[in-house]
Design a protein around this ligand. Structure first.
Ligand code: SAM
Length: 283
């Protein structure tokens, strides 16, 4: 496996994923009950934007470094940007970019729990260092697809699962659908989320058909997508989406404003408008 998230940290796709994550957690936290946050592909948890990988790719320039100039009207986007700006080390500008586990850990409270799975030993070691002394966090250095069944259902019972694979394997979209179905069976009350890349939109049709057939329960399937370039080029990452199964009530309204503002700040010529649609409405 060649994938190293440090090259992509804070790019336009990371920004969408982490802003949507903030929107989901904000809604889940409206009820004062403990939450679980579970991740199958957690990464290292924090990334240096002035480190060699991020400097070489330069991807954050068209992602967080551009978005951070906004004073957003969307409360969910403001939560995300405040979180990034407020990280220790970012007082003079954004040098440290939070991975999804750190985004979740910063929003969650003392009564909540994080269960994180990461296959690559160096990345898992980074996660362990980051959360040393944080009793809420359990890090598992293991295959996230295999771990899924074993880690669910978590305690506390309310909460969120994020599936965020590197999409290096040709069948990762199929594995996401299978993972969501398994997660739904093992954890009927959890909110489920999966990130996916948008290159050539037409290539997503089998994924959409598979989702249509999948047993994902009565809570509905919502997709939130932002493309920053025309989405018809299989050779480049042009956008990305978050698939949300049984999203918390009201989050679709939050996301509408969040997507519009994110797209407005990051789009390049020819980018199609953002998509927010129920692939399956709640029953
Ligand atoms: C897209 S990155 C995750 C980024 C992270 N979720 C975030 O937003 O900060 C995918 C991660 O999955 C890890 N990975 C790859 N195959 C895996 C597997 N089978 N199980 C668990 N982790 C895996 C990679 O090492 C990489 O850190």
């Amino acid at each position: 496996m060649n994938y190293r998230h440090a090259f992509h940290a804070g790019n336009f796709a990371d920004v969408l994923k982490h802003a949507v994550l903030c929107a989901l957690l904000r809604r889940l936290q409206l009820r004062p009950k403990p939450l679980s946050y579970v991740e199958t592909h957690a990464g290292a948890g924090a990334f240096w934007l002035d480190g060699p990988e991020a400097r070489r790719s330069g991807e954050a320039a068209d992602g967080i470094l551009r978005l951070a100039r906004l004073q957003p009207a969307s409360p969910a986007l403001a939560t995300y940007l405040d979180l990034v700006r407020g990280l220790p080390g970012n007082e003079q500008g954004i040098r440290i970019y939070p991975g999804s586990p750190l985004v979740a850990a910063r929003l969650l409270g003392a009564q909540d729990r994080l269960v994180l799975s990461e296959l690559v030993p160096d990345e898992a070691a980074g996660l362990r260092r980051l959360f040393r002394g944080d009793a809420r966090v359990a890090v598992h250095c293991r295959d996230g697809w295999e771990a899924l069944g074993a880690l669910l259902p978590p305690t506390p019972k309310r909460g969120l699962l994020l599936i965020d694979p590197p999409y290096e394997a040709p069948d990762d979209l199929e594995r996401v659908v299978a993972g969501l179905v398994l997660a739904r069976q093992r954890w009927p009350v959890g909110v489920l989320a999966a990130w996916y890349p948008v290159k050539d939109r037409r290539a997503l049709r089998p994924f959409e058909r598979a989702l249509d057939r999948a047993e994902l329960g009565p809570g509905g399937v919502l997709r939130a997508e932002v493309a920053v370039r025309p989405d018809d080029n299989p050779g480049s990452l042009n956008g990305s989406g978050m698939l949300l199964v049984a999203p918390p009530w009201g989050v679709a309204d939050d996301l509408r404003a969040l997507l519009e503002e994110t797209w407005g700040a990051l789009r390049q010529p020819g980018a199609p408008p953002p998509r927010l649609e129920w692939l399956r409405p709640p029953a």
